[in-house]
Design a protein around this ligand. Structure first.
Ligand SMILES: C[S@@+](CC[C@H](N)C(=O)[O-])C[C@H]1O[C@@H](n2cnc3c(N)ncnc32)[C@H](O)[C@@H]1O
Length: 515
């Protein structure tokens, strides 16, 4: 593949988070380029080297941009070596530069990605040695050049990673605090929610931490390219970089910035988080557009921000969640407090990102839309809710908020799932016991079989009032499937009780399954 002039076209790929390929494809199209192919987390496009660098400067969701040097169908180690030999490494890399190789994707014939990386280094070194150049060294922390290799569906892509540091590192976040949201993830959230479809009067984050959502939203609405502050030192030092002017590309993108009328305001209970957010906002050059104050969710209100009834408002939040901060019981209370505070906004939409679906459910709001994705080993949920008079925003509470009596059981289910989540995920297990009569007042056994629930109810002893036993049974039937995100019709119930010798073989008129 040619990289000899800035105008010769080639293929480049944008690496992205799983389940965000559609967003990257949209970004490519919005730059007037054609999408060549889409695979999980890897979108390819055709364009010039300048266009590839421009994508690097402007992509909000992409993690890296790779200029391809070779691609081909490869199904064995020997074929992979052959493909590596087709690359003119001496022409692409400077003599004496050090290299890092990032291998992603999987194929049966390369079990160990380190082995694939070693084959790349061998090919680079063989060519250098034939040309009597210094031996290129491997460097994982501060390489001059990152080489990317991606295996997928029988095809291998090999190229130069144009960025040396990941694109989520915009340069403004020196300190993230306890649980910072990845910048590219904040952009996935904003894109899914379509925050910029209509310019809102205000965007607010009631628990803004280091300010990521506000900064990324501000950059999006003001059309600020995420990498416009990236220095060329943060780009791979390969010969292709000489053929473009990074300064010219960033300068051109800066001319496209617009100042929108939206106000950006954030709050956090933690004064240190507020200090960090302010420092990050300043580094991003956005102090004149975003303000952040110490504030608690309990005080969150339209009056606090001078919002009128007609002001269209976006409330965006990444509230604390179990894996990073907080305890489960407190979190349910906090999410419900947030819901109650949001009720006061007359013309608002609420967008949440969290790793715990149960917490979103605890809000007791009907979401207009939900998205699920995988990032950093967590399953993330993004949800959008309409608030205020214009929509039937809040569900009938009786129908959506579990009563206090069933909460111990639901909390126990969440706890059990959380404790086992790693084991289940790494072993790809989708049939397992969720709950085994651990709480005396809920004498049930709950098993999950893929998308089905099997709930076995033990008949209570005669000492228990049948009316209250029946009430509890109804609570289990109503809330457990909902809590676990399983449709009611996919929950199967069995009643278990000790039978006398004769009765156990008698025919029953009705089957035991109740839908
Ligand atoms: C998951 S972090 C948010 C991270 C943020 N999105 C970022 O990128 O840095 C949750 C934040 O909620 C804040 N928080 C916890 N309880 C709060 C409350 N009652 N009121 C306001 N903020 C709260 C924490 O201090 C923390 O900064």
């Amino acid at each position: 593949m040619n990289h000899k002039t800035e105008h010769s076209t080639g293929i480049f790929a944008i690496g992205t988070l799983l389940a965000t390929d559609d967003l990257v494809a949209d970004e490519i199209v919005s730059q007037g380029l054609a999408v060549k192919g889409r695979q999980l987390g890897w979108v390819t496009a055709e364009g010039t080297l300048i266009e590839a660098y421009r994508m690097l400067c402007t992509t909000r969701v992409g993690d890296r941009v790779v200029w391809l040097l070779a691609r081909g169908e490869v199904r064995s180690v020997d074929k992979f070596r052959d493909l590596l030999r087709t690359v003119d490494w001496n022409n692409a890399l400077y003599a004496g530069g050090n290299v890092r190789v990032d291998v992603t994707g999987k194929v049966g014939w390369v079990k160990d990605t380190r082995f694939a990386g070693q084959l790349v280094m061998d090919a680079i070194r063989d060519q250098a040695s034939l040309a009597e150049r210094p031996r290129p060294e491997y460097e994982s922390d501060q390489p001059d050049v990152r080489i990317a290799v991606r295996f997928g569906r029988g095809q291998v892509d090999i190229g130069v990673n144009l960025n040396r540091t990941p694109l989520n590192q915009r340069g403004y976040r020196a300190e993230g605090g306890e649980a910072p949201l990845r910048e590219t993830l904040a952009q996935v959230m904003l894109a899914r929610l379509k925050v910029d479809r209509k310019v809102p009067a205000i965007i607010t984050d009631p628990c803004c931490g280091s300010g990521t959502i506000l900064i990324e939203a501000c950059m999006r609405l003001n059309q600020i390219a995420p990498q416009c502050h990236r220095s060329s030192d943060q780009l791979s030092k390969w010969t292709g970089l000489e053929r473009i002017s990074w300064t010219a590309i960033t300068a051109e993108e800066r001319t496209k910035e617009r100042q929108c009328k939206t106000r950006f305001m954030g709050f956090d209970i933690d004064p240190d988080a507020v200090t960090r957010a302010r420092a990050n906002i300043e580094r991003a050059g956005l102090s004149h557009l975003i303000s952040v104050e110490v504030g608690e969710i309990k005080d969150f209100s339209p009056a606090q921000m001078n919002i009128s009834e007609t002001d269209q408002t976006w409330i965006l939040a990444n509230p604390p969640y179990g894996n990073r901060l907080g305890r489960d019981d407190d979190l349910v209370t906090l999410y419900r407090l947030l819901r109650d505070k949001c009720k006061a906004f007359a013309n608002a939409s609420l967008g949440l990102i969290t790793s715990e679906r149960t917490l979103v459910q605890a809000l007791g709001l009907r979401s207009n839309k939900k998205w699920e994705m995988q990032a950093g080993g967590l399953r993330l949920n993004i949800a959008r809710f309409e608030l205020g008079l214009k929509s039937e925003q809040f569900n009938n509470e009786d129908n959506t908020i579990p009563p206090e009596e069933v909460l111990p059981l639901l909390n126990r289910l969440s706890k059990n799932l959380k404790n086992r989540s790693k084991l289940l995920k790494y072993n790809n297990i989708n049939c397992y016991r969720v709950y085994d009569s651990e709480l005396p007042e809920f004498n049930v056994v709950i098993d999950r079989f893929a998308d089905y629930l099997h709930i076995q109810e033990y008949r209570p002893p005669k000492t228990v009032d049948p009316k209250s036993a029946n009430h509890r049974r109804q609570l289990v039937r109503q809330w457990v499937p909902k809590h676990l995100g399983i449709p009611l019709k996919q929950a199967i119930y069995k009643e278990r009780f000790r039978q006398s010798r004769k009765s156990q073989y008698e025919k029953r008129a009705e089957p035991l399954c109740i839908h």
